[in-house]
Design a protein around this ligand. Structure first.
Ligand code: HEC
Ligand code: HEC
Ligand code: HEC
Ligand code: HEC
Length: 482
């Protein structure tokens, strides 16, 4: 959260207005078509994501909010349309967290990897249980192979957990992809009480190399680790490219303000290209364009990040997956709330309080609702009802997110107050950003109006208009709420 806020603050400075250009994809070499005579491709587009950390979809609160699999699929389709040989890889830590919603999101992530056509994934610490959930169990390795060459307890244990895959592109280029993890993770996991042996990746690579090399035109290592520990792979003969997919916050790259894209680095050690993955929180898609000689050697490599902003509509197929997710979130929210209430009631009944008493006491709301305010402040109410505050729940409903705990707090009234908004079904009278979202609970004021009720300051607005959600919010120039 803190990181995101910081990122957004910087983004605000860096970005004026992203242009609404159509997505473009750039073939790296002109004259690409003339190589059709060769059975081998002369270019390859390697696409990747990593460190999405459970961000399956952008909230869309502002044009600065990027990302999500829905937008990614739209961009993918356009890249695949204009390039023959495209491979898409997931570099790990696609998931994070451990609450019910994080788990439902992991299901979405898993569906997304299949739907978007990922060719393989390498697990990160979160898939291996760092956050308390073994998220790898949520994925289907038969559908998207999981590359885990140096994890003996996983590799080869069932179909789809493999050390490497040989991927054949449309133009019959054979790309060997080996998945490795940083062995330092063994210690880190131990500290979290997880027994997981990750063996020396260099030794593993050495032993695999002859086999993989013999079957491939190009050998790519996807390494869930930091680039500063990746140089050692260059010493193993035959590795063409290492993609490092563990990214730290400080390595975040900010997009160019006019294109929402940014060039990223490509390093080379001996004959091996080393690429530091730049994607995180699912905001961008990484794209590596490789120009290849007829023998499959890399002649040139470029690396660019495409931030998934509003110019990319969400693909309908992915929206369907989101909708199923939202239905599950809704059911879980209603279930939880029902259980919590009945537990509370049981507890109080045990203490000898009558059920009717409990119901009125538990739900005695200090909020009056905007209809009550209208009775005496009808002009202000008229004005307010024309603002977006008055339709904030409708905004969420449009995308089937009206029950999402990650959304509602700022799109309703009194979400954090005692006996304020709980959910749309139980407290429908408190949806939208009503009078009392700013002025505070007003039932008492309605009964005996005084002028000292309801002072509003900048901090009131800022509780919802955070840097992350409204990076360009300016209290002094904001339109009057009524
Ligand atoms: C029964 C009529 C009545 C109702 C209902 C009512 N108000 Fe008021 N409100 C008043 C009156 C009268 C004042 C002025 C009190 C004074 O100056 O002593 C006032 C003052 C206020 C003020 C302070 C204005 C100032 O002087 O700074 C706010 C804010 C306010 N109302 C908001 C609300 C909200 C929000 C609601 C609904 C929850 C609401 N009122 C419902 C009659 C009402
Ligand atoms: C409870 C959360 C919340 C609070 C408090 C809040 N806002 Fe908002 N505001 C929102 C949301 C959510 C939207 C967008 C609603 C939508 O379009 O769905 C919004 C939209 C706006 C807009 C655009 C409105 C339009 O009609 O174009 C302005 C301006 C604004 N808020 C100003 C303020 C100011 C000024 C304050 C403080 C006095 C404030 N807001 C307090 C949540 C809040
Ligand atoms: C921290 C408070 C907060 C949370 C949480 C939040 N929003 Fe918002 N949202 C806002 C504010 C404030 C605005 C108004 C932004 C502006 O216009 O500057 C807004 C605006 C929007 C808009 C833009 C409406 C428009 O017409 O431009 C959409 C869509 C939206 N939110 C959806 C969501 C979804 C979906 C979630 C959950 C994933 C969510 N919001 C969570 C505060 C929040
Ligand atoms: C987004 C926050 C916000 C919402 C929602 C909001 N107000 Fe206000 N209200 C303010 C702010 C800020 C002021 C003081 C500055 C101003 O007058 O614009 C204010 C001032 C007032 C005042 C006293 C000054 C005046 O203009 O008479 C009253 C009364 C009032 N609001 C009532 C209401 C009622 C009734 C509603 C709902 C229909 C409402 N407010 C909704 C933020 C809000």
């Amino acid at each position: 959260m803190k990181l995101l806020a910081l990122l957004m603050a910087v983004l605000t400075l860096a970005m004026a207005s992203p242009s609404a250009k159509a997505p473009k994809s750039k073939p790296i070499s002109a004259g690409k078509k003339s190589t059709a005579k060769s059975s081998k491709s002369s270019s390859l587009v390697l696409l990747y994501t990593s460190c999405a950390r459970g961000q399956i979809r952008a909230c869309n609160c502002t044009k600065f909010q990027f990302g999500g699999y829905g937008r990614e699929l739209t961009l993918l389709k356009s890249i695949r349309k204009s390039n023959k040989d495209v491979l898409l890889l997931e570099g790990g830590d696609a998931t994070a967290g451990d609450d019910f919603q994080a788990k439902l999101k992991a299901e979405v992530t898993s569906s997304a990897l299949t739907l978007l056509g990922y060719a393989a994934m390498v697990p990160g610490e979160y898939e291996l249980g760092k956050g308390g959930v073994h998220y790898l169990d949520y994925f289907d390795p038969k559908s998207v192979p999981v590359l885990c060459a140096n994890i003996p307890s996983l590799c080869g244990t069932q179909q789809g957990f493999v050390p490497y895959v040989i991927l054949k592109t449309k133009r019959n280029l054979r790309v060997g992809v080996i998945g490795l993890l940083n062995d330092a993770i063994t210690q880190e996991m131990k500290r979290r009480g997880i027994e997981l042996l990750v063996t020396d990746p260099v030794a593993k690579l050495k032993s695999l190399m002859p086999k993989v090399r013999a079957k491939s035109d190009l050998v790519v290592v996807v390494y869930h680790g930091m680039p500063d520990t990746a140089g050692r792979f260059a010493a193993v003969k035959g590795v063409d490219l290492v993609l490092c997919t563990h990214i730290m916050g400080r390595d975040f790259l900010f997009p160019d303000k006019s294109t929402n894209e940014v060039n990223a680095t490509v390093d080379k050690k001996d004959d091996t290209y080393i690429i530091k993955g730049g994607t995180a929180t699912n905001w961008s898609l990484g794209r590596i364009d490789l120009a290849l000689s007829s023998s499959g050697k890399i002649k040139n490599a470029t690396h660019r990040l495409f931030y998934l902003d509003r110019r990319y509509n969400e693909d309908p197929a992915m929206v369907k997956v989101y909708d199923e997710y939202n239905n599950k979130v809704t059911a879980a929210v209603l279930d939880q709330s029902k259980n919590m209430r009945s537990e509370m009631e049981t507890l109080l009944v045990k203490r000898g309080v009558s059920v009717d008493n409990i119901r009125t006491r538990l739900r005695k709301s200090p909020f009056a609702g905007d209809g009550k305010c209208k009775e005496c402040h009808s002009d202000l109410h008229d004005n307010w009802s024309k603002t977006r505050h008055a339709r904030a729940m409708f905004t969420l409903d449009k995308t089937n997110q009206g029950f999402d705990p990650e959304c509602v707090a700022c799109h309703v009234t009194g979400a954090n107050a005692r006996n304020g908004f709980t959910n749309k079904k139980e407290t429908p009278e408190l949806v939208n950003v009503q009078c009392e979202a700013c002025h505070g609970p007003g039932l008492k004021h309605c009964e005996s109006p005084t002028s000292d009720y309801g002072a509003v300051g900048e901090e009131t607005c800022r509780s919802c208009h955070t840097n992350e959600r409204t990076p360009d919010f300016d209290f002094d120039t904001a339109a009057s709420p009524h």
